[in-house]
Design a protein around this ligand. Structure first.
Ligand code: AMP
Length: 651
């Protein structure tokens, strides 16, 4: 550990960029920021022309004629997979490792760029043979196996739009997403390994597909090898691959053709299919990946995210591959078979860059530093976090025990909607502070505003907005332009993107994220809407009304607490409590299961009928109750609190 840096950190709570980084960093001064501030359209255009291999070069940068429907590089033509694979192979880089895949049971597979290209071509041919073409939607429901990035890239090669659904979602949630996008094909596996057990993906997908008339075929990867039910619509992936044409020319795509959609939770029960297009998204992925991770030819880069989330799209697949990086692809979770697993992988593969979620870091802290100390992690040179605010204590532990005091930490703030990182320190430039995402990447314009949209002065807090279009921004919500406008572009006008997050600046102007300001909960970095949970609960015959909130959780950031009013004739038993939690797990997914479920005689509401969530949060977190004077019936709160205290053993 670098004691001088640690001492400085303890004293000032700031870490200057390490000398070694400053000397060799990809970004070591503010010239990129300055160039972008002078002319952001030109800034992005110049980079689009040099970073992307186009079939037809674009002649226009941003088209802002119809806000908020912004487009970028709209007369350009390209293919994402040509940029991620073919161009590296053509330049003689086919032998470089694209991914080392590590299975949860421990097997390993090294996949070079040339091999990955060959697999993607075959898979693309297989998709074509099943009748999938440009513009068709393909749902991908897999664990972290090599076939997951291969399937994504195969879609991109032929211009099909992929919709990856995280393998932890339930059949109902999967069916909703398939139906919303009217997918023609589903790619799944017999199962996925999860902490030594099999998640029966095929069974779940079968249950979903039974409700989805648009699905013509299901491609099934063999992974866990248990017997699975078989239908006429099913084809084994390996059989389709064996028969497929080994060559598949990339489709020429317009820069604004859709690349993928990814569903995320909003403030209503219906998830939103966030749509990303090709050219702008790729540019955002390439540049942010290079700037933030300072990526070099010999790095071994490990982003632990699952491809079911946007981080897995941009920073496992598209960004690293377009930058010809070498990545680790790991199937499992950090705690299985033991908490040493990640450090053993870092040691064995000499990982240089490690990018994970604060929830994982907090869980690793709980497991103790002995697990880290058992392995040599001195290969690490840079650490990253994403998905939720990181508390300073976790940051400092990460810095000291994982990074040995020598690795800068990039706390990257961004969203499914932004496509790529928006706020982050740059490792060779920024003085970092534990818990702060510091400031914008070149070209981005975050502005913290008050209720009326006026910028708040330095040192103040408010709503985080982005006030300048950027290439990798979302283009719309699949099938619902109006919802796109209403959700993101109406609160402060059609040119101000509302992130849904609160933020503040400190006296240096550095940005600190304060969490969601809408009814969205962030559990272990996964976004879940309170309305989604509530509507699942009221779908149960015993429930009359429900309110869900996010309460503080030491490890996961937030956990879900639900307050339930039963219909007449139902008894508030522990059995029913379990049944209701399970009902949510089946309706949405296990990760959305309330960890605290309280029966309430009524919900605390204002005189105008609005649920006072703040009070529910106080109750769930065992705090003194805040002001209840505006309530219709103040006695209700006391009754719920008494029940909560009983259940939590606080009575
Ligand atoms: P998702 O679209 O699922 O990646 O979730 C995006 C949301 O996660 C953001 O709106 C934030 O609330 C939260 N988030 C992501 N990264 C960070 C970060 N570095 N710091 C604080 N919150 C974050």
């Amino acid at each position: 550990m670098n004691e001088a840096i640690e001492a400085h950190l303890q004293e000032t709570r700031t870490v200057p960029p390490p000398e070694a980084f400053v000397r060799a960093a990809r970004v070591a001064d503010r010239s990129l920021h300055e160039e972008a501030e002078a002319d952001f359209e030109g800034f992005w255009m110049r980079r689009a022309l040099t970073e992307i291999s186009w079939y037809r070069e674009p002649t226009e940068s941003l088209d802002a004629s119809n806000p908020p429907f912004f487009t970028w590089f709209k007369d350009g033509e390209l293919n994402l997979t040509y940029n991620c694979l073919d161009r590296h192979v053509e330049a003689g880089g086919g032998g470089k490792t694209a991914f080392t895949w590590i299975g949860e049971p421990g097997e390993e597979r090294v996949i070079s760029y040339a091999e990955l290209l060959a697999e993607v071509e075959r898979a693309a041919s297989a998709l074509k043979a099943l009748g999938v073409g440009k513009g068709d939607r393909v749902a991908i429901y897999l664990g972290m196996v090599p076939e997951l990035p291969v399937a994504m890239l195969a879609c991109a090669r032929i211009g099909a739009i992929h919709s990856v659904v995280f393998g932890g979602f339930s059949a109902t949630a999967l069916a909703d997403r398939i139906q919303d996008a009217t997918c023609r094909l589903v790619i799944t596996a017999d199962g996925a390994w999860r902490k030594g057990a099999i998640i029966p993906l095929k069974d779940i997908a079968d249950e979903a597909v039974a409700q989805c008339p648009s699905v013509e075929h299901v491609l099934v990867v063999r992974r866990t090898e248990q017997d699975v039910a078989w239908h006429d619509r099913d084809t084994w992936w390996h059989e389709a691959m064996a028969e497929a044409d080994p060559r598949c020319e990339p489709e020429r795509m317009n820069a604004e053709d859709p690349l993928f959609m990814l569903y995320t939770s909003g403030t209503t029960a219906k998830p939103k299919g966030i749509l990303h297009t090709s050219g702008g998204y790729l540019l955002g992925a390439i540049l942010s990946h290079r700037w933030v991770f300072d990526i070099r030819a010999d790095d071994v880069y490990w982003c632990t995210a699952d491809c079911g989330w946007v981080t897995g799209h941009t920073y496992v697949v598209y960004g690293p591959l377009a930058n010809h990086a070498t990545g680790i692809l790991y199937e499992g979770t950090p705690e299985y078979p033991t908490w040493e697993r990640h450090w053993e992988i870092v040691d064995r593969h000499k990982v240089t860059i490690y990018y994970t979620a604060p929830t994982a870091i907090r869980a690793l802290i709980k497991a103790g530093e002995a697990a880290v100390q058992m392995y040599d992690t001195s290969s690490l040179r840079l650490l990253g976090t994403v998905g939720e605010p990181i508390n300073p204590e976790a940051w400092i532990w990460y810095h000291e025990h994982v990074g040995g005091g020598r690795c800068p930490i990039v706390d990257t703030w961004w969203q499914t909607e932004t496509g790529s990182v928006v706020l982050s320190p740059l490792p060779g430039l920024s003085t970092t502070k534990p818990g702060s995402a510091i400031g914008p990447l070149p070209g981005m314009k975050p502005v913290i505003v008050d209720e009326r949209g006026n910028p708040v002065p330095i040192g103040g807090g408010g709503y985080l907005t982005l006030q300048r279009p950027w290439p990798s921004m979302l283009r719309t919500i699949w099938g619902d332009d109006q919802r796109f406008v209403d959700t993101y572009w109406s609160r402060f006008g059609p040119t101000v993107y509302f992130t849904g997050d609160g933020a503040r600046t400190d006296d240096d102007g550095d940005i600190w994220l304060l969490g969601r300001v809408d009814d969205v909960i962030n559990v272990a970095g996964h976004r879940i809407s309170t309305t989604e949970i509530e509507s699942s609960l009221v779908g149960h015959p015993a429930v009359a009304e429900a309110a869900a909130i996010g309460a503080h959780d030491e490890i996961k950031g937030e956990h879900i607490a639900a307050f339930v009013i039963l219909r007449d004739g139902n008894e508030p038993t522990d059995e029913l409590r379990g049944e209701l939690a399970q009902h949510v797990a089946v309706g949405i997914g296990k990760f959305a299961k309330p960890s605290l479920l309280l029966f309430a005689p009524d919900l605390p509401k204002t005189r105008s009928g609005k649920i006072m969530r703040r009070l529910l949060k106080d109750i769930a977190e065992g705090r003194e109750l805040g002001d209840a004077t505006t309530l219709r019936d103040p006695a209700i709160v006391e009754a719920i609190k008494a029940d909560a205290d009983r259940q939590l053993g606080r009575a």
